[in-house]
Design a protein around this ligand. Structure first.
Ligand SMILES: [Zn+2]
Length: 418
């Protein structure tokens, strides 16, 4: 089968690999029908989220059809159409039972202290082969995948795999409640859906902070108040718009390296890359230090802004991705404002049934966020375009074709802020 394989920093390619097989009674094999590219994939490829084992299949977003189930998967059957959550939980440990699927004690083979297990991640997260493939082995399939209602479009469904749950979780982490004023840093797709989630969870006002006009316009269209940090000091503006108080809640939907210099690794296409590489544009305004960045040396700009923007006794929710090696945070400033900080990897499975209902009932339409319809054959080009933060590229869905893998068609879905 075909899959997107990472062979080293900056090196990805579409390769022919062996099809996965059932390895445990709780496994299922899913034929992927749509996958997507996520900003997290870019972190992994660049090495800003380090530790990828060469040969790992990338990707942690998919919908597909169950092909085969192990003997202890009793709630799914071949032919079921499912969404696969990005994080993996066993469903039986005390953490999973309490809804903390991303802190499962069992799913990560590196042990209970190893952290979140997810598809297509670094060695420390499993490693588990990812979902940018024609077929995927889904561990603990009695718990993870959720059946999709008939009639839900692929473009709606693919955003339930990671993006919408993460966005919803972001607003939960930030403790958004009735009437709150919420600042969302990062208006990529997670930021956009975090704004929508905040509004669904009762927010009175939402401020959107980014520097890409197309993203800010999307934010405005859904009722948020855009702030372009290239054109104005975002903290000054936030304070002015809130009578000097600041916002009740902040959501960090940016994470590491959106404002960091990095070495600009090249993406290599199998059969010869064109060399333009997965290189991120670094805005000089947000890159005061310059030079090469070592993880952990200083807080990211967005974390500093978050602590500045939040009102006294407010809450910051962090879903932007940071590597375990990142250790700097403006704790003094936060402590002296009585700020609550909550952070984490989404417990996807916890929210999926509710979010499927919200989408199926028409209260939220996710499909318009899928702006690129690519084929699996063009996924590497989609990676490059996404990496360049090309205007108008919100999310790239990759439709994976049926059958031999020689006639793969697709869309790629990409986001630079998670
Ligand atoms: Zn568990």
């Amino acid at each position: 089968m075909k899959a997107v394989v990472m062979s080293g920093i900056g090196q990805i390619g579409v390769e022919e690999v062996r099809e996965p097989t059932i390895q445990a009674p709780t496994d299922a094999i899913v034929r992927v029908t749509t996958t997507a590219i996520c900003g997290t994939d870019l972190h992994l490829i660049r090495g800003t989220f380090p530790g990828m084992k060469p040969g790992t299949i990338l990707g942690h977003e998919a919908i597909g059809i169950v092909e085969e189930v192990g003997s202890d998967v009793r709630n799914l059957a071949p032919g079921d159409r499912v969404v696969v959550p990005s994080t993996i939980g066993c469903g039986a440990c005390s953490y999973c039972r309490a809804g903390y699927y991303s802190q499962c004690d069992v799913a990560n083979p590196n042990g209970p202290q190893a952290g979140t297990a997810f598809f297509g991640g670094p060695e420390a997260t499993g490693p588990f082969d990812g979902l940018q493939a024609e077929y995927a082995r889904i561990p603990f399939a009695h718990t993870g995948p959720v059946k999709l209602p008939e009639g839900m479009s692929d473009d709606d469904a693919i955003l339930l795999s990671d993006v919408f749950p993460t966005s919803w979780f972001a607003a939960r982490l930030a403790e958004v409640g009735s009437g709150d004023t919420v600042a969302v840093f990062g208006a990529g797709i997670v930021g956009q859906l975090a704004m929508a989630s905040a509004l669904l969870q009762g927010a009175g006002r939402v401020l959107a902070i980014d520097n890409l006009p197309t993203r800010l316009e999307l934010a405005r269209m859904q009722g948020a108040e855009p702030i372009n940090f290239d054109e104005e000091d975002p903290i000054e503006t936030i304070r002015r718009l809130t009578n000097g108080i600041g916002v009740d809640r902040v959501i960090d939907a940016v994470g590491v390296d959106a404002n960091r210099p990095h070495s600009g690794p090249a993406a290599e296409q199998s059969g010869g890359g064109d060399g333009d590489g997965l290189r991120q544009q670094v805005a000089p305004e947000t890159n005061p230090s310059g030079g090469n960045w070592e993880p952990g040396d200083a807080p990211d700009q967005v974390l500093d802004w978050a602590v500045e923007a939040v009102a006294k006794a407010g809450t910051i929710g962090v879903v932007g991705v940071y590597p375990p090696t990142m250790s700097a945070f403006p704790v003094g400033k936060a402590m002296n404002k009585n700020v609550t900080i909550k952070a984490g990897n989404c417990n996807h499975r916890r929210y999926l049934p509710k979010l499927i209902d919200i989408v199926a009932s028409g209260r939220m339409s996710l499909a318009p966020n899928v702006t690129q319809d690519e084929t699996f054959d063009t996924i590497l080009d989609a990676y490059r375009a996404f990496d360049r933060r090309q205007p108008g590229w919100i999310k790239v869905a990759v439709v994976v074709g049926e059958g031999s893998g020689m006639q793969v068609s697709g869309r790629a879905t990409v986001d630079a802020t998670t």
